[in-house]
Design a protein around this ligand. Structure first.
Ligand code: ADQ
Length: 468
Protein backbone atom coordinates (compact mmCIF):
# COMPACT_ATOMS: atom_id res chain seq x y z
CA UNK A 1 0.00 0.00 0.00
CA UNK A 2 1.24 3.48 -0.75
CA UNK A 3 1.99 5.62 2.29
CA UNK A 4 1.97 9.35 2.68
CA UNK A 5 5.24 10.83 3.85
CA UNK A 6 4.88 14.37 5.10
CA UNK A 7 7.98 16.50 5.46
CA UNK A 8 8.15 19.86 7.20
CA UNK A 9 10.79 21.88 8.98
CA UNK A 10 9.54 21.13 12.48
CA UNK A 11 7.75 18.02 13.56
CA UNK A 12 5.54 18.77 16.51
CA UNK A 13 2.26 16.89 16.52
CA UNK A 14 -0.02 17.84 19.39
CA UNK A 15 -0.21 15.17 22.09
CA UNK A 16 -3.96 15.63 22.44
CA UNK A 17 -6.57 17.55 20.49
CA UNK A 18 -7.20 20.16 23.13
CA UNK A 19 -3.56 21.08 23.47
CA UNK A 20 -2.84 24.49 22.17
CA UNK A 21 0.71 25.53 21.60
CA UNK A 22 1.11 23.83 18.21
CA UNK A 23 0.75 26.25 15.28
CA UNK A 24 -1.77 26.06 12.45
CA UNK A 25 0.49 23.94 10.30
CA UNK A 26 1.12 21.38 13.05
CA UNK A 27 -2.56 20.96 13.78
CA UNK A 28 -3.40 20.55 10.11
CA UNK A 29 -0.69 17.99 9.41
CA UNK A 30 -1.43 15.90 12.47
CA UNK A 31 -5.07 15.73 11.42
CA UNK A 32 -4.00 14.70 7.90
CA UNK A 33 -1.65 11.97 9.08
CA UNK A 34 -4.14 10.36 11.43
CA UNK A 35 -6.20 9.48 8.36
CA UNK A 36 -3.42 8.10 6.18
CA UNK A 37 -0.91 5.51 7.22
CA UNK A 38 2.31 7.35 6.90
CA UNK A 39 5.06 9.25 8.55
CA UNK A 40 6.00 12.79 9.41
CA UNK A 41 9.66 13.65 8.90
CA UNK A 42 11.57 16.78 9.91
CA UNK A 43 13.76 18.57 12.40
CA UNK A 44 13.36 17.69 16.08
CA UNK A 45 13.95 21.32 17.05
CA UNK A 46 17.05 20.15 18.97
CA UNK A 47 20.61 21.08 18.11
CA UNK A 48 23.74 18.97 18.69
CA UNK A 49 27.47 19.70 18.39
CA UNK A 50 28.01 17.68 15.24
CA UNK A 51 25.39 16.49 12.75
CA UNK A 52 25.02 12.71 12.73
CA UNK A 53 21.99 12.13 10.48
CA UNK A 54 20.66 9.75 13.12
CA UNK A 55 16.89 9.37 12.82
CA UNK A 56 14.68 9.03 15.89
CA UNK A 57 11.36 7.32 15.19
CA UNK A 58 8.46 7.46 17.66
CA UNK A 59 4.70 7.57 17.82
CA UNK A 60 3.22 10.84 19.10
CA UNK A 61 -0.52 11.46 19.36
CA UNK A 62 -1.26 8.59 16.94
CA UNK A 63 1.25 9.82 14.37
CA UNK A 64 4.58 8.17 13.44
CA UNK A 65 7.26 10.81 13.48
CA UNK A 66 10.88 10.57 12.33
CA UNK A 67 13.21 13.37 13.31
CA UNK A 68 16.81 14.43 12.95
CA UNK A 69 18.75 16.86 15.12
CA UNK A 70 20.59 19.75 13.44
CA UNK A 71 23.68 21.74 14.38
CA UNK A 72 23.55 25.20 15.87
CA UNK A 73 25.03 26.57 12.64
CA UNK A 74 22.06 25.05 10.80
CA UNK A 75 19.65 26.75 13.16
CA UNK A 76 21.37 30.09 12.59
CA UNK A 77 21.90 29.92 8.83
CA UNK A 78 18.99 27.83 7.62
CA UNK A 79 16.19 28.42 10.13
CA UNK A 80 16.85 31.86 11.63
CA UNK A 81 18.74 32.84 8.46
CA UNK A 82 17.46 31.97 5.00
CA UNK A 83 14.02 30.81 6.13
CA UNK A 84 13.12 33.51 8.62
CA UNK A 85 15.34 36.47 7.72
CA UNK A 86 15.19 36.10 3.95
CA UNK A 87 12.19 34.18 2.63
CA UNK A 88 9.61 34.92 5.34
CA UNK A 89 9.89 38.74 5.16
CA UNK A 90 10.23 38.75 1.36
CA UNK A 91 7.20 36.53 0.81
CA UNK A 92 5.24 38.79 3.20
CA UNK A 93 6.17 41.87 1.17
CA UNK A 94 8.66 43.19 3.75
CA UNK A 95 11.62 43.84 1.48
CA UNK A 96 12.80 46.33 4.11
CA UNK A 97 13.32 43.48 6.59
CA UNK A 98 14.74 41.00 4.10
CA UNK A 99 18.38 40.07 4.74
CA UNK A 100 20.59 38.22 2.27
CA UNK A 101 23.82 36.59 3.33
CA UNK A 102 25.87 34.00 1.50
CA UNK A 103 26.08 31.85 4.65
CA UNK A 104 22.24 31.73 4.74
CA UNK A 105 22.23 30.32 1.20
CA UNK A 106 24.80 27.72 2.15
CA UNK A 107 22.96 26.74 5.31
CA UNK A 108 19.67 26.43 3.41
CA UNK A 109 21.23 24.15 0.82
CA UNK A 110 23.12 22.14 3.46
CA UNK A 111 20.03 21.39 5.54
CA UNK A 112 17.96 20.49 2.48
CA UNK A 113 20.73 18.08 1.44
CA UNK A 114 20.86 16.63 4.96
CA UNK A 115 17.10 16.15 5.02
CA UNK A 116 17.23 14.42 1.63
CA UNK A 117 20.04 12.08 2.66
CA UNK A 118 18.30 11.14 5.91
CA UNK A 119 14.90 10.70 4.30
CA UNK A 120 15.77 8.90 1.05
CA UNK A 121 16.46 5.46 2.64
CA UNK A 122 13.05 5.56 4.38
CA UNK A 123 11.11 5.98 1.13
CA UNK A 124 9.44 2.92 -0.43
CA UNK A 125 8.81 2.93 -4.20
CA UNK A 126 5.05 3.46 -3.93
CA UNK A 127 5.08 6.22 -1.29
CA UNK A 128 3.77 9.70 -1.98
CA UNK A 129 5.83 12.50 -0.56
CA UNK A 130 4.29 15.78 0.53
CA UNK A 131 6.76 18.55 1.39
CA UNK A 132 5.69 21.65 3.27
CA UNK A 133 6.65 25.26 3.20
CA UNK A 134 9.37 27.72 2.35
CA UNK A 135 12.06 26.05 4.46
CA UNK A 136 12.20 23.10 2.08
CA UNK A 137 11.73 24.38 -1.47
CA UNK A 138 14.92 22.64 -2.80
CA UNK A 139 14.17 19.29 -1.10
CA UNK A 140 12.68 17.58 -4.17
CA UNK A 141 15.75 18.53 -6.19
CA UNK A 142 18.01 16.98 -3.55
CA UNK A 143 15.87 13.84 -3.39
CA UNK A 144 15.88 13.53 -7.20
CA UNK A 145 19.68 13.76 -7.13
CA UNK A 146 19.66 10.72 -4.87
CA UNK A 147 17.51 8.85 -7.38
CA UNK A 148 14.09 9.23 -5.72
CA UNK A 149 11.49 8.83 -8.47
CA UNK A 150 8.34 8.98 -6.34
CA UNK A 151 5.61 11.53 -6.82
CA UNK A 152 6.50 14.57 -4.75
CA UNK A 153 4.12 17.41 -3.97
CA UNK A 154 4.90 20.77 -2.39
CA UNK A 155 2.57 23.07 -0.46
CA UNK A 156 3.44 26.67 0.34
CA UNK A 157 1.73 27.86 3.53
CA UNK A 158 2.70 31.50 3.08
CA UNK A 159 1.87 33.88 0.20
CA UNK A 160 3.75 33.72 -3.09
CA UNK A 161 4.95 37.28 -3.65
CA UNK A 162 4.48 39.51 -6.66
CA UNK A 163 7.00 38.97 -9.48
CA UNK A 164 8.87 42.24 -8.94
CA UNK A 165 9.41 41.40 -5.28
CA UNK A 166 10.57 37.88 -6.08
CA UNK A 167 13.06 39.34 -8.52
CA UNK A 168 14.78 41.22 -5.67
CA UNK A 169 15.99 37.91 -4.24
CA UNK A 170 19.50 36.99 -5.32
CA UNK A 171 19.40 33.66 -7.19
CA UNK A 172 15.62 33.79 -7.39
CA UNK A 173 15.63 31.80 -10.62
CA UNK A 174 17.36 28.86 -8.95
CA UNK A 175 14.82 28.87 -6.16
CA UNK A 176 11.89 28.89 -8.57
CA UNK A 177 13.53 26.33 -10.81
CA UNK A 178 13.72 23.97 -7.81
CA UNK A 179 9.92 24.00 -7.66
CA UNK A 180 9.81 22.41 -11.10
CA UNK A 181 11.24 19.19 -9.58
CA UNK A 182 7.85 18.64 -7.94
CA UNK A 183 4.92 16.90 -9.59
CA UNK A 184 2.49 19.30 -7.95
CA UNK A 185 2.95 22.71 -6.35
CA UNK A 186 0.07 23.95 -4.20
CA UNK A 187 -0.63 27.46 -2.96
CA UNK A 188 -3.12 28.79 -0.42
CA UNK A 189 -4.99 31.20 -2.69
CA UNK A 190 -5.75 32.16 -6.26
CA UNK A 191 -3.86 35.35 -5.56
CA UNK A 192 -0.67 33.34 -4.96
CA UNK A 193 -1.23 31.09 -7.98
CA UNK A 194 -1.66 34.15 -10.19
CA UNK A 195 1.52 35.73 -8.82
CA UNK A 196 3.42 32.49 -9.49
CA UNK A 197 2.03 32.25 -13.02
CA UNK A 198 3.10 35.82 -13.61
CA UNK A 199 6.66 34.93 -12.60
CA UNK A 200 6.66 31.84 -14.83
CA UNK A 201 5.45 33.76 -17.86
CA UNK A 202 7.15 37.13 -17.47
CA UNK A 203 10.37 36.32 -15.67
CA UNK A 204 11.13 32.70 -16.63
CA UNK A 205 9.62 33.09 -20.13
CA UNK A 206 7.65 29.90 -19.62
CA UNK A 207 4.00 29.01 -20.15
CA UNK A 208 0.98 27.99 -18.08
CA UNK A 209 -1.65 25.80 -19.72
CA UNK A 210 -5.38 26.02 -19.12
CA UNK A 211 -5.12 22.89 -16.96
CA UNK A 212 -2.57 24.76 -14.88
CA UNK A 213 0.53 22.96 -15.95
CA UNK A 214 3.41 25.40 -15.64
CA UNK A 215 6.36 24.87 -17.97
CA UNK A 216 9.73 26.58 -17.64
CA UNK A 217 13.42 25.74 -17.22
CA UNK A 218 12.86 22.77 -19.55
CA UNK A 219 10.48 21.08 -17.09
CA UNK A 220 6.85 21.25 -16.09
CA UNK A 221 4.75 20.90 -12.95
CA UNK A 222 1.06 21.03 -12.01
CA UNK A 223 0.08 24.08 -9.95
CA UNK A 224 -3.10 25.00 -8.11
CA UNK A 225 -4.81 26.64 -5.12
CA UNK A 226 -5.55 24.35 -2.16
CA UNK A 227 -6.81 26.60 0.64
CA UNK A 228 -6.03 25.03 4.01
CA UNK A 229 -8.85 24.46 6.48
CA UNK A 230 -9.42 23.69 10.14
CA UNK A 231 -9.92 20.44 11.90
CA UNK A 232 -13.37 22.06 12.10
CA UNK A 233 -15.43 19.33 13.70
CA UNK A 234 -13.03 19.04 16.61
CA UNK A 235 -12.69 22.77 16.98
CA UNK A 236 -16.47 23.14 17.20
CA UNK A 237 -16.44 20.39 19.85
CA UNK A 238 -13.59 22.12 21.67
CA UNK A 239 -15.65 25.32 21.78
CA UNK A 240 -18.33 23.65 23.91
CA UNK A 241 -15.94 21.56 26.04
CA UNK A 242 -15.72 22.00 29.78
CA UNK A 243 -12.38 23.84 29.47
CA UNK A 244 -13.85 26.23 26.90
CA UNK A 245 -16.88 26.91 29.07
CA UNK A 246 -14.69 27.54 32.08
CA UNK A 247 -12.58 29.96 30.06
CA UNK A 248 -15.65 31.69 28.66
CA UNK A 249 -17.05 32.01 32.18
CA UNK A 250 -13.76 33.45 33.40
CA UNK A 251 -13.79 35.95 30.55
CA UNK A 252 -17.42 36.91 31.13
CA UNK A 253 -16.94 37.63 34.81
CA UNK A 254 -13.95 39.86 34.07
CA UNK A 255 -15.82 41.69 31.32
CA UNK A 256 -18.31 43.38 33.65
CA UNK A 257 -20.92 43.62 30.88
CA UNK A 258 -18.50 45.12 28.38
CA UNK A 259 -18.12 43.84 24.85
CA UNK A 260 -14.85 42.20 23.93
CA UNK A 261 -12.91 42.52 20.70
CA UNK A 262 -10.44 39.65 20.42
CA UNK A 263 -7.24 39.11 18.45
CA UNK A 264 -5.05 35.96 18.62
CA UNK A 265 -1.80 35.72 16.71
CA UNK A 266 1.76 34.57 16.75
CA UNK A 267 3.74 37.68 17.57
CA UNK A 268 4.87 38.41 14.02
CA UNK A 269 5.20 41.63 12.02
CA UNK A 270 3.13 40.13 9.20
CA UNK A 271 0.07 39.97 11.47
CA UNK A 272 -0.39 43.76 11.49
CA UNK A 273 -0.53 44.04 15.28
CA UNK A 274 0.85 47.55 15.56
CA UNK A 275 -1.50 48.79 12.85
CA UNK A 276 -4.34 47.00 14.66
CA UNK A 277 -3.53 48.72 17.96
CA UNK A 278 -3.42 52.07 16.20
CA UNK A 279 -6.72 51.39 14.42
CA UNK A 280 -8.31 50.54 17.77
CA UNK A 281 -6.91 53.78 19.19
CA UNK A 282 -8.53 55.57 16.26
CA UNK A 283 -11.80 53.84 17.11
CA UNK A 284 -11.57 55.07 20.71
CA UNK A 285 -10.83 58.59 19.50
CA UNK A 286 -13.73 58.53 17.02
CA UNK A 287 -16.32 56.94 19.30
CA UNK A 288 -16.21 58.56 22.72
CA UNK A 289 -19.59 56.97 23.58
CA UNK A 290 -17.91 53.55 23.41
CA UNK A 291 -15.25 54.31 26.03
CA UNK A 292 -15.55 51.88 28.94
CA UNK A 293 -18.18 49.88 27.03
CA UNK A 294 -15.74 47.80 25.06
CA UNK A 295 -12.22 46.44 25.44
CA UNK A 296 -9.71 44.75 23.18
CA UNK A 297 -7.98 41.50 24.20
CA UNK A 298 -4.91 40.75 22.12
CA UNK A 299 -3.23 37.41 22.74
CA UNK A 300 0.14 37.30 20.98
CA UNK A 301 2.47 34.38 21.58
CA UNK A 302 6.14 35.29 21.13
CA UNK A 303 7.81 33.41 18.29
CA UNK A 304 11.21 33.37 16.53
CA UNK A 305 12.62 35.53 19.29
CA UNK A 306 16.21 34.87 18.17
CA UNK A 307 15.48 37.06 15.13
CA UNK A 308 16.00 40.78 15.75
CA UNK A 309 12.93 41.95 13.81
CA UNK A 310 10.80 39.94 16.24
CA UNK A 311 12.44 41.51 19.28
CA UNK A 312 11.79 44.91 17.74
CA UNK A 313 8.12 44.35 16.98
CA UNK A 314 7.65 43.00 20.50
CA UNK A 315 9.21 46.09 22.04
CA UNK A 316 7.11 48.34 19.79
CA UNK A 317 3.88 46.62 20.76
CA UNK A 318 4.73 46.96 24.45
CA UNK A 319 5.22 50.67 23.84
CA UNK A 320 2.07 51.27 21.78
CA UNK A 321 -0.24 49.27 24.05
CA UNK A 322 1.20 51.01 27.11
CA UNK A 323 0.73 54.42 25.53
CA UNK A 324 -2.90 53.75 24.55
CA UNK A 325 -3.72 52.35 27.96
CA UNK A 326 -1.98 55.29 29.63
CA UNK A 327 -4.07 57.72 27.60
CA UNK A 328 -7.48 56.05 27.97
CA UNK A 329 -7.59 53.73 31.00
CA UNK A 330 -9.73 54.58 34.01
CA UNK A 331 -9.60 53.12 37.51
CA UNK A 332 -11.77 50.19 36.48
CA UNK A 333 -11.27 49.93 32.71
CA UNK A 334 -8.24 49.06 30.61
CA UNK A 335 -8.86 49.49 26.86
CA UNK A 336 -6.24 46.94 25.71
CA UNK A 337 -5.47 43.70 27.49
CA UNK A 338 -2.28 42.55 25.89
CA UNK A 339 -1.19 39.01 26.76
CA UNK A 340 2.05 37.30 25.63
CA UNK A 341 1.39 33.65 26.29
CA UNK A 342 0.02 30.54 24.63
CA UNK A 343 -3.26 28.85 25.50
CA UNK A 344 -4.66 25.39 24.97
CA UNK A 345 -6.89 25.14 21.92
CA UNK A 346 -9.99 24.49 24.01
CA UNK A 347 -9.25 27.50 26.21
CA UNK A 348 -8.68 29.58 23.10
CA UNK A 349 -12.02 28.42 21.73
CA UNK A 350 -13.67 29.70 24.92
CA UNK A 351 -11.97 33.06 24.49
CA UNK A 352 -13.11 33.34 20.86
CA UNK A 353 -16.66 32.48 21.87
CA UNK A 354 -16.72 35.27 24.43
CA UNK A 355 -15.61 37.83 21.83
CA UNK A 356 -18.23 40.04 20.15
CA UNK A 357 -15.69 40.76 17.42
CA UNK A 358 -12.81 38.68 16.05
CA UNK A 359 -10.24 41.15 14.75
CA UNK A 360 -7.95 39.47 12.19
CA UNK A 361 -5.98 42.07 10.29
CA UNK A 362 -2.69 40.68 8.93
CA UNK A 363 -0.83 42.84 6.41
CA UNK A 364 -0.17 39.62 4.43
CA UNK A 365 -1.04 36.07 5.35
CA UNK A 366 -1.02 32.81 3.39
CA UNK A 367 -4.39 31.80 4.84
CA UNK A 368 -4.91 32.68 8.54
CA UNK A 369 -6.50 29.91 10.53
CA UNK A 370 -7.42 32.17 13.44
CA UNK A 371 -10.20 33.68 11.29
CA UNK A 372 -11.63 30.19 10.77
CA UNK A 373 -11.20 29.24 14.44
CA UNK A 374 -13.05 32.37 15.56
CA UNK A 375 -15.99 31.48 13.33
CA UNK A 376 -16.01 27.81 14.36
CA UNK A 377 -16.11 28.74 18.05
CA UNK A 378 -19.16 31.02 17.93
CA UNK A 379 -22.49 30.42 19.63
CA UNK A 380 -24.95 29.81 16.75
CA UNK A 381 -27.70 31.75 18.57
CA UNK A 382 -25.59 34.81 19.26
CA UNK A 383 -22.47 34.79 17.07
CA UNK A 384 -19.84 37.49 17.00
CA UNK A 385 -18.63 39.35 13.91
CA UNK A 386 -15.42 38.55 12.06
CA UNK A 387 -13.41 41.52 10.79
CA UNK A 388 -10.89 40.23 8.28
CA UNK A 389 -8.01 41.72 6.31
CA UNK A 390 -8.38 41.62 2.55
CA UNK A 391 -4.71 40.53 2.46
CA UNK A 392 -5.28 37.23 4.28
CA UNK A 393 -5.70 34.23 1.98
CA UNK A 394 -8.85 33.50 4.02
CA UNK A 395 -10.53 36.59 2.54
CA UNK A 396 -10.97 34.75 -0.78
CA UNK A 397 -13.25 32.27 0.98
CA UNK A 398 -14.76 34.28 3.86
CA UNK A 399 -16.65 36.91 1.94
CA UNK A 400 -19.32 37.31 4.64
CA UNK A 401 -16.81 38.75 7.08
CA UNK A 402 -16.39 42.51 7.26
CA UNK A 403 -13.43 42.81 4.90
CA UNK A 404 -11.01 45.64 5.68
CA UNK A 405 -7.79 47.22 4.53
CA UNK A 406 -5.47 46.68 7.53
CA UNK A 407 -3.31 49.63 6.49
CA UNK A 408 -6.26 52.03 6.94
CA UNK A 409 -7.04 52.95 10.55
CA UNK A 410 -10.28 54.58 9.46
CA UNK A 411 -11.42 51.50 7.62
CA UNK A 412 -10.74 49.21 10.59
CA UNK A 413 -12.22 51.70 13.06
CA UNK A 414 -15.42 51.97 10.96
CA UNK A 415 -15.68 48.19 10.75
CA UNK A 416 -15.41 47.88 14.55
CA UNK A 417 -18.20 50.44 14.93
CA UNK A 418 -20.36 48.64 12.40
CA UNK A 419 -19.74 45.24 13.98
CA UNK A 420 -20.64 46.47 17.47
CA UNK A 421 -23.94 47.84 16.15
CA UNK A 422 -24.78 44.89 13.90
CA UNK A 423 -28.25 43.49 14.62
CA UNK A 424 -28.41 39.86 15.68
CA UNK A 425 -30.24 38.62 12.52
CA UNK A 426 -27.48 40.00 10.30
CA UNK A 427 -24.81 38.52 12.55
CA UNK A 428 -26.49 35.13 12.35
CA UNK A 429 -26.91 35.32 8.57
CA UNK A 430 -23.26 36.20 8.00
CA UNK A 431 -22.03 33.64 10.49
CA UNK A 432 -24.11 30.83 8.99
CA UNK A 433 -22.54 31.40 5.59
CA UNK A 434 -19.07 31.59 7.14
CA UNK A 435 -19.35 28.50 9.32
CA UNK A 436 -20.74 26.54 6.42
CA UNK A 437 -17.56 27.27 4.47
CA UNK A 438 -15.31 26.51 7.45
CA UNK A 439 -16.98 23.13 7.93
CA UNK A 440 -17.07 22.19 4.24
CA UNK A 441 -13.58 23.38 3.32
CA UNK A 442 -11.97 21.79 6.34
CA UNK A 443 -8.56 20.24 6.80
CA UNK A 444 -9.78 16.89 5.45
CA UNK A 445 -11.02 18.53 2.26
CA UNK A 446 -7.67 20.31 1.90
CA UNK A 447 -5.68 17.13 2.43
CA UNK A 448 -7.88 15.01 0.18
CA UNK A 449 -7.89 17.48 -2.68
CA UNK A 450 -4.12 17.87 -2.55
CA UNK A 451 -3.41 14.14 -2.29
CA UNK A 452 -5.94 13.41 -5.06
CA UNK A 453 -4.29 15.96 -7.33
CA UNK A 454 -0.88 14.48 -6.55
CA UNK A 455 -2.16 10.99 -7.33
CA UNK A 456 -3.62 12.19 -10.60
CA UNK A 457 -0.14 13.13 -11.68
CA UNK A 458 0.94 9.54 -10.90
CA UNK A 459 2.32 7.16 -13.52
CA UNK A 460 -0.04 4.24 -14.38
CA UNK A 461 2.15 1.63 -12.62
CA UNK A 462 1.97 3.57 -9.38
CA UNK A 463 -1.80 3.91 -9.61
CA UNK A 464 -2.16 0.13 -9.86
CA UNK A 465 -0.01 -0.38 -6.76
CA UNK A 466 -2.03 2.14 -4.75
CA UNK A 467 -5.30 0.46 -5.73
CA UNK A 468 -6.85 3.41 -7.55
P1 ADQ B 1 0.72 31.02 11.18
O1 ADQ B 1 1.47 32.21 10.68
O2 ADQ B 1 1.19 30.44 12.44
O3 ADQ B 1 0.65 29.87 10.09
P2 ADQ B 1 -2.27 30.99 11.49
O4 ADQ B 1 -2.82 30.35 10.29
O5 ADQ B 1 -3.12 32.10 11.98
O6 ADQ B 1 -0.82 31.57 11.30
O7 ADQ B 1 -2.15 29.90 12.60
C1 ADQ B 1 -1.82 30.25 13.90
C2 ADQ B 1 -2.20 29.10 14.82
O8 ADQ B 1 -1.56 29.26 16.06
C3 ADQ B 1 -3.69 29.03 15.05
O9 ADQ B 1 -4.12 27.71 15.05
C4 ADQ B 1 -3.83 29.64 16.44
O10 ADQ B 1 -4.90 29.13 17.20
C5 ADQ B 1 -2.51 29.28 17.08
N1 ADQ B 1 -2.17 30.30 18.08
C6 ADQ B 1 -1.87 31.59 17.85
N2 ADQ B 1 -1.67 32.23 19.03
C7 ADQ B 1 -1.85 31.31 19.99
C8 ADQ B 1 -1.81 31.34 21.43
N3 ADQ B 1 -1.53 32.46 22.09
N4 ADQ B 1 -2.05 30.20 22.08
C9 ADQ B 1 -2.32 29.08 21.41
N5 ADQ B 1 -2.40 28.98 20.09
C10 ADQ B 1 -2.17 30.08 19.39
C11 ADQ B 1 1.14 29.67 8.76
C12 ADQ B 1 0.79 30.75 7.74
C13 ADQ B 1 -0.71 30.98 7.70
C14 ADQ B 1 -1.41 29.67 7.41
C15 ADQ B 1 -0.91 28.57 8.32
C16 ADQ B 1 -1.46 27.21 7.92
O11 ADQ B 1 1.47 31.97 8.06
O12 ADQ B 1 -1.05 31.94 6.71
O13 ADQ B 1 -2.81 29.83 7.60
O14 ADQ B 1 0.50 28.47 8.31
O15 ADQ B 1 -1.22 26.97 6.57
Amino acid sequence: MSRLIVVSNRVNPPTDRGEGTAGGLAMALAAALREYSGMWFGWSGQTIDEYTGKIAVQKVGGVTVATVDLEDQDRQEYYNGYANKTLWPLFHYRVDLTAYERSFDEGYKRVNTRFAEALAPLIAPEDFIWIHDYHLIPLARELRRLGVKNKIGFFLHIPWPARRLMATLPKHRQLVEALFEYDLVGFQSEDSVTAFEDYVVQEAKGTVSRERRASAFGRSTRIGAFPIGLDAEHFVEAATSQEAEMMQGRMRSSMAGRKMIVGVDRLDYSKGLEERFLAYEQFLADNAEQLEKVFFLQIATPSRDEVEAYQEIRARLDGVSGRINGAYATVDWVPIRYVNRGYRRDELAGVYRAGAIGLVTPLRDGMNLVAKEYVAAQDPKDPGVLILSRFAGAAEQMKDALIVNPFSREDVSDAIKRALAMPRPERIKRWEALVDGVKTDDVAAWRDSFVAALRETAAPALQVVSGD
